[in-house]
Design a protein around this ligand. Structure first.
Ligand SMILES: Cc1cc2nc3c(=O)[nH]c(=O)nc-3n(C[C@H](O)[C@H](O)[C@H](O)COP(=O)(O)O)c2cc1C
Ligand SMILES: [Fe+2]
Ligand SMILES: [Fe+2]
Length: 388
C-alpha cells in the first residue's frame, strides 16, 4: 500500500460479517480502515467496528511502541467506525477527540456513560490542526453518509482521508479491479446513493485541493488513476448512467414472466443493444439490482400480478430505487396475470414517485404465458426503448 512514510494503515479486515449494515451481503468481506499519522503529534484517523477492536488495538500498540496518541480524529460516528472508541479510551484515556459539532452530540448519545469533559475538540469546516511537520485540514461533508461526517486532508503529504466516500464492499488488500468499479458502485449506490447532491457539494469543495492518495474507510486505498474514481463518483452522484444499456429486471413465480424477460433481452441484443443485463430479482440481493439500475440508461421492469398487487421482490426493488433517489431513466413495463393483470399500472405509479423517469407507453401484458401474438408488442416495446 503506497502511503507516505509517516502514515500507517491500521485497517482491519472482516470476512465473517454476514450482512453489512444489517442488509448487504458481502461477496468478499469488507474492511474498516483506520490510519495512524506519525508526526511531532500523533493522530489516529477513525477507529474501527467493535467486531475488530482487539485486532486494531494490537496493531495500534505495536506501531506506537509505548508512545501515546495525541488525537483521535472522528470523521464519522457510525458504529462501523466509532464502535471501538470505548476500548481505545480505556488504553489511552488522555487522547483528545477531534470531530465536528454534530459528531459531538452523537458521541454523547452513543457513549452516555463516558465522561467527555475537556476531551473533545470540535472543528469547523475548513479548520486545520497542526501536527508539526504536517497539518490536517477538515472539510465537513454533511450527509456523505450521515450529518456529522467530515473528511480530512493531510496537506503536506497530499492524502485525502475520505470517510465513507470512495469506499467499497471489499477488504483492504483487494485487487483494485475486483473492488472497482463493481463493488464500489454497489457500495456507493446503496449506501450513499440517496445523497448525490451532498456528494456533488463535497466534490466542489475538494476541487483545487492537492492530494495524490484517497484513503477511504472501507476497501482499498486508492493511489493510482484517481481521475477514474473521481469520474465515476461524479457520474453516480449526478445520477447519470455509465453506459447506454438496458437492465431487464424480473420477478416471476412459475417462469412465464422470466421467459418474457429473456425474450426481451434477446430481442434487445438482436437489435444491437450492447449492454443488456438480465436479473432475477427473487434470486439476487436487491443491492445488486440497485447498482445495475444506476449503471444503465434504460430499464425493463417485469412483474407478475400478485394478490392484486406487485410481486414482493419487484415492490422491494422499486422502493429501494425510490429511497436511493434514482432519476432520469427510460423505463418499459411488462406485466403478467392469469385473470386481472394490474402490475404495470402499479409499477407505473411507483415510477411516478421518482424524478425524471420516462415510462414508454408500449406496455406488454401477458396472460399467464407468453403467446405468439405477444411478439409484435415485444418488438414495439423494444423499438420505443431503443429510440432517442
Ligand atoms: C399467490 C398468487 C397470487 C396471485 N394473484 C393474482 C392476481 O391478483 N391477479 C392476477 O391476474 N393473477 C394473479 N396471480 C397469477 C399470476 O399472476 C399468474 O399465474 C402469472 O402468470 C404468473 O407468472 P409467472 O409464470 O411469471 O410466475 C397470482 C398468483 C399467485 C401464485
Ligand atoms: Fe457510514
Ligand atoms: Fe462506513
Amino acid at each position: 500500500m503506497k502511503l507516505p512514510d509517516n502514515i500507517t494503515f491500521l485497517g482491519t479486515d472482516d470476512d465473517e460479517l454476514d450482512l453489512f449494515e444489517g442488509q448487504y451481503p458481502l461477496s468478499a468481506g469488507i474492511s474498516y480502515n483506520s490510519y495512524l499519522i506519525n508526526c511531532d503529534k500523533i493522530a489516529i484517523i477513525d477507529a474501527v467496528d467493535r467486531r475488530k477492536s482487539e485486532v486494531w488495538l494490537n496493531m495500534l500498540q505495536g506501531e506506537l511502541k509505548g508512545r501515546k496518541p495525541d488525537y483521535l480524529i472522528i470523521q464519522h460516528m457510525e458504529p462501523d467506525h466509532s464502535g471501538s472508541l470505548r476500548e481505545l479510551l480505556i488504553l489511552y484515556p488522555d487522547v483528545k477527540i477531534v470531530c465536528s459539532v454534530p459528531a459531538k452530540a452523537m458521541l454523547i448519545d452513543y457513549f452516555e456513560d463516558l465522561d467527555f469533559t475537556n476531551k473533545v475538540l470540535t472543528v469547523k469546516d475548513g479548520e486545520a490542526l497542526s501536527l508539526g511537520r504536517t497539518s490536517l485540514r477538515f472539510l465537513t461533508a454533511p450527509m456523505v453518509h450521515w450529518p456529522e461526517v467530515m473528511l480530512t486532508v493531510d496537506e503536506t503529504d497530499g492524502v485525502l482521508f475520505s470517510a465513507d466516500a470512495f469506499g467499497s464492499f471489499a477488504m483492504s488488500g483487494a485487487e483494485i479491479e475486483s473492488a472497482w468499479p463493481t463493488e464500489a458502485r454497489r457500495y456507493y449506490t446503496n449506501i450513499v446513493g440517496r445523497f448525490g447532491t451532498s456528494v456533488q457539494a463535497l466534490m466542489k469543495k475538494l476541487q483545487g485541493l492537492k492530494f495524490s492518495v484517497i484513503a477511504p474507510l472501507h476497501g482499498p486505498v486508492l493511489t493510482d488513476d484517481l481521475p477514474r474514481y473521481w469520474g465515476l463518483y461524479d457520474k453516480w452522484s449526478r445520477y447519470e448512467p455509465e453506459s447506454d444499456g438496458v437492465f431487464v429486471a424480473y420477478a416471476s413465480v412459475y417462469g412465464g414472466t422470466a421467459h418474457a424477460a429473456e425474450m426481451i433481452a434477446a430481442e434487445l441484443r438482436r437489435r444491437g443493444a450492447s449492454d443488456v443485463v438480465l436479473m432475477d430479482l427473487c434470486r439476487h440481493d436487491v443491492s445488486y439490482a440497485v447498482a445495475e439500475a444506476f449503471r444503465l440508461s434504460c430499464m425493463v421492469a417485469c412483474s407478475v400480478t400478485y394478490d392484486a398487487g406487485l410481486f414482493p421482490a419487484m415492490l422491494n426493488f422499486l422502493h429501494h430505487l425510490q429511497a436511493k433517489k434514482l432519476k432520469n431513466r427510460k423505463v418499459a413495463l411488462v406485466e403478467n396475470g392469469s385473470w386481472a393483470p394490474i402490475a404495470a399500472k402499479q409499477m407505473a405509479a411507483e415510477f411516478e414517485k421518482m424524478e425524471g423517469m420516462t415510462v414508454v407507453p408500449e406496455i406488454l401484458t401477458i396472460k399467464s404465458r407468453l403467446h405468439k401474438s405477444d411478439f409484435p408488442a415485444i418488438e414495439s416495446l423494444v423499438d420505443s426503448l431503443l429510440s432517442d
